[in-house]
Design a protein. Structure first.
Length: 487
């Protein structure tokens, strides 16, 4: 065997490093412009925050250069740009409310970058995660059930989705969505062919066998039921969408999408009929001005977006704090007010770039588990962004999800950095040079062996094996004894 490379493949790390400079500059510019517009001068020690941000950016870049050299070069700059804009906006909100949200968010950002680096170091081959679908499911369900424990769970704003440990609050569902996505991808990767071939055929569709679909339906149903019981319908929507999308990717059958949409419509009707919380959300979506006391958050957000117009009021010159919970659910309205429609669309385009690069990694990946994993996480990001930004702009009912990398929340920030690390680990394996193996044949050495049978004439067997010389039996007739022995 001889080994040759399929050709030089550029790592694109230089391109990533060059893109990280303007990505870091976006957050720095927002931070500095806020001080200049509000106070007429830069904040005291204005250089400290950008310097710490540059240090985290450099650490992430060096980790990618060392442990994921061939990873996608666009994804990390996009994430750094979003994180910087989010930190700058939270700092701007802190100035108006005299709080320290941005400082807490920066600590969460440092923890997220640390987790990002740790995943790249420890997960050298992501395919090891495919071995444990049921273990991953049990771990994910355990995380979802934590907020229901009497002494550990905490109910905030009507949803019991938090745990309180040592003075800190954490949302386990953010980590559970990663673990359960891994479980779905692992199970479907092992059974994608069975789901499409085995079973009964009904016209153009193939109905899979119950023993193949029941386990994953149990996984999905258990997760959704727990989330509904916790009054966390936004995360339940995420799980439902990821489940349907991954089934479609695994089977390439549109019937799963049609069935999923029908099931979603039925479930939405039942939830709307029997859950007052959802009826309030739908009413604030369709008729926000009919009840100003109930829908004040939505109304203020709409006025903020309208006041921002096309180009916005400018960093620090708007009034985004009029919107309740603007640092979590409605941070996109603050961006729309101060950066305008142009700034909000630019943020959406950055999310679209992350999704597109994730889908490209899925197309380049050679194994089904990697395809399901990357497409699942990419769809998770786009579905979450669509749900929350569509909710605050009244294109969809409000779900209460966080805006990835922008909203305040350490658990969300940690989970999203881990997702980006997994996407980059898979893209590294997909883009790295392929080593081709070729058979090696040395024509100067003849490997043919012949056995001297002349010793058989006297009843003894003493074969002699020779290599590299022509056989004396070639072209000659066997002796009589040899012919008898041969016969």
């Amino acid at each position: 065997m001889s080994i040759r490379s399929a050709g030089p493949v550029p790592s694109r790390r230089l391109a990533e490093g060059l893109l990280l400079v303007p990505a870091w500059a976006l957050g720095t510019a927002g931070y500095c412009l806020t001080g200049l517009n509000r106070d007429g001068h830069l904040p005291p020690d204005w250089w400290l925050g950008p310097l710490l941000g540059a240090a985290l950016t450099l650490a992430a870049h060096l980790a990618v250069r060392r442990w994921a050299r061939y990873a996608d070069p666009i994804m990390l700059p996009c994430v750094v740009a979003l994180a910087g804009i989010g930190l700058a906006m939270l700092h701007r909100l802190d100035l108006a409310t005299d709080s320290t949200t941005a400082r807490t968010q920066f600590i969460g950002l440092a923890v997220g970058v640390t987790a990002f680096v740790a995943v790249l170091i420890l997960l050298r081959d992501y395919r090891v995660l495919q071995r444990y679908p049921y273990v991953l499911f049990i771990v994910g369900m355990g995380l979802l059930l934590l907020p229901l424990l009497p002494l550990l769970g905490q109910q905030i704003n009507g949803s019991r989705i938090w745990i309180h440990v040592f003075g800190y609050s954490f949302q386990p569902a953010e980590v559970a969505k990663i673990v359960l996505t891994l479980a779905f991808a692992s199970y479907l990767a092992d059974r994608s062919e069975v789901l499409t071939t085995a079973g009964r055929h009904l016209g153009p569709w193939t109905l899979p066998r119950l023993r193949d679909v029941v386990p994953i339906f149990i996984m999905w149903t258990a997760g959704v039921v727990v989330l509904v019981f916790q009054n966390d319908f936004g995360t339940a929507l995420l799980f439902f969408g990821i489940f349907v999308m991954m089934l479609y990717v695994a089977t390439d059958q549109f019937g799963w999408v049609a069935g999923g949409l029908a099931a979603f419509a039925g479930a939405a009707f039942v939830v709307f009929r029997y859950t007052s919380h959802v009826r309030v959300r739908v009413d604030s979506w369709l008729h926000p001005f009919d009840n100003t006391a109930q829908n004040g958050q939505m109304i203020e957000g709409q006025f903020g977006l309208a006041w921002g117009g096309l180009t916005g009021r400018g960093w620090g010159l708007g009034s985004p704090t009029r919107v309740p919970l603007v640092s979590t659910d409605f941070i996109s309205t603050a961006i729309g007010e101060e950066l305008g429609l142009v700034g909000l669309v630019a943020v959406i385009v950055i999310y679209a770039l992350i999704t597109a690069r994730g889908m490209k990694a899925a197309l380049m990946t050679r194994d089904s588990f990697g395809k399901l994993l990357t497409s699942g996480f990419a769809f998770l990001i786009v579905l979450q962004v669509t749900a929350i930004i569509g909710g605050v702009t009244r294109l969809l009912p409000l779900t209460g999800l966080t805006t990835p990398f922008l909203s305040r929340g350490g658990s969300s920030l940690l989970a999203n950095w881990v997702i980006v690390a997994l996407l980059m680990a898979v893209s590294h394996q997909a883009r790295r040079p392929v080593v081709a193996f070729e058979p090696f044949v040395d024509l100067d050495v003849e490997a043919t062996a012949w056995i001297d049978l002349s010793g058989l004439s006297d009843g003894t067997v003493s074969p002699r094996v020779k290599r590299g010389t022509p056989s004396p039996l070639e072209g000659a007739s066997l002796p009589a004894a040899s012919e008898e022995a041969a016969s």
